[in-house]
Ligand binder design. Structure first.
Ligand SMILES: O=C(O)CCC(=O)C(=O)O
Length: 230
């Protein structure tokens, strides 16, 4: 029997609350996904917002990304109890969508449901200047409180109210397009603002362990078990 060589993802994810997977998808795949994202935003995006949900429910290209063996193999390492896809979304920033995503943890958007994690994949090279992801390593082990806040676009409504980290604790994820960042729904994260006037499209796909549907899950039509519970 072949033994899988550990890439250390599980240890990093456990310790830091996130783990980086370089070159998860290729530059050509990023181009195709970005074209498809633009098409979907133009045909069914809500005017003014920079977030679009449920891509995989209608787009075969996004569906294949959600189920891609490279993504699922990385997830298997950090999800020993199986892998179920829940949902995906595009978050984009551009010359006229420059806002910084506020510091938050995702589980505030799905209170009282089972733990989840997400995979963030930028379709453009992402750096501090064009709104890349920012994270606070280890913050997934603390308790956080949220206040309601409002971006003009209405996209993110929660922000952490008891922040206690210092500038030096923050990791600004400067990464190549196609790299994946797997992060816990308890990890404090946000983004820089896009001051470069350059596109920064990202796909965020969310997964949890397979289980019977919770009422929350019923709003996600593309949900699917990818690796059954062991
Ligand atoms: O891509 C971004 O700006 C971050 C998005 C994010 O934090 C989220 O959707 O939870």
């Amino acid at each position: 029997m072949k033994t899988k060589v550990s890439t250390g993802l599980a240890e990093k994810f456990e310790r830091d609350g996130f783990a980086v997977v370089p070159d998860l998808i290729s530059a050509e795949e990023c181009d195709k996904l970005k074209t498809e994202a633009r098409r979907m935003l133009d045909s069914s995006g809500k005017p003014g917002t920079s977030v679009h949900l449920h891509m995989a429910a209608t787009s075969p290209l996004f569906r294949s990304l959600a189920e891609d063996v490279r993504v699922v193999d990385a997830l298997r390492e950090v999800m020993p109890h199986g892998v179920m896809f829940l949902s995906d979304k595009i978050v984009y920033k551009s010359a006229d969508k420059t806002f910084a995503t506020p510091w938050h943890i995702d589980c505030f958007y799905w209170r009282n449901t089972r733990p989840k994690l997400s995979v963030w994949i930028p379709l453009d090279d992402a750096a501090a200047e064009n709104g890349t992801l920012t994270v606070v390593p280890g913050s997934h082990r603390k308790d956080w409180k949220m206040v309601k806040m409002g971006l003009p676009s209405g996209d993110f409504v929660n922000e952490i109210s008891n922040a206690d980290w210092r500038e030096g604790d923050i990791v600004t994820c400067g990464i190549k397009r196609g790299t994946g960042i797997i992060f816990s729904d308890r990890l404090v994260h946000g983004s820089t603002s896009n001051t470069a006037g350059k596109d920064r499209y990202a796909i965020i796909s969310t997964y949890h362990a397979p289980a019977a549907d919770e009422p929350f899950d019923l709003d996600f039509p593309a949900r699917k078990v990818l690796v059954p519970a062991a």
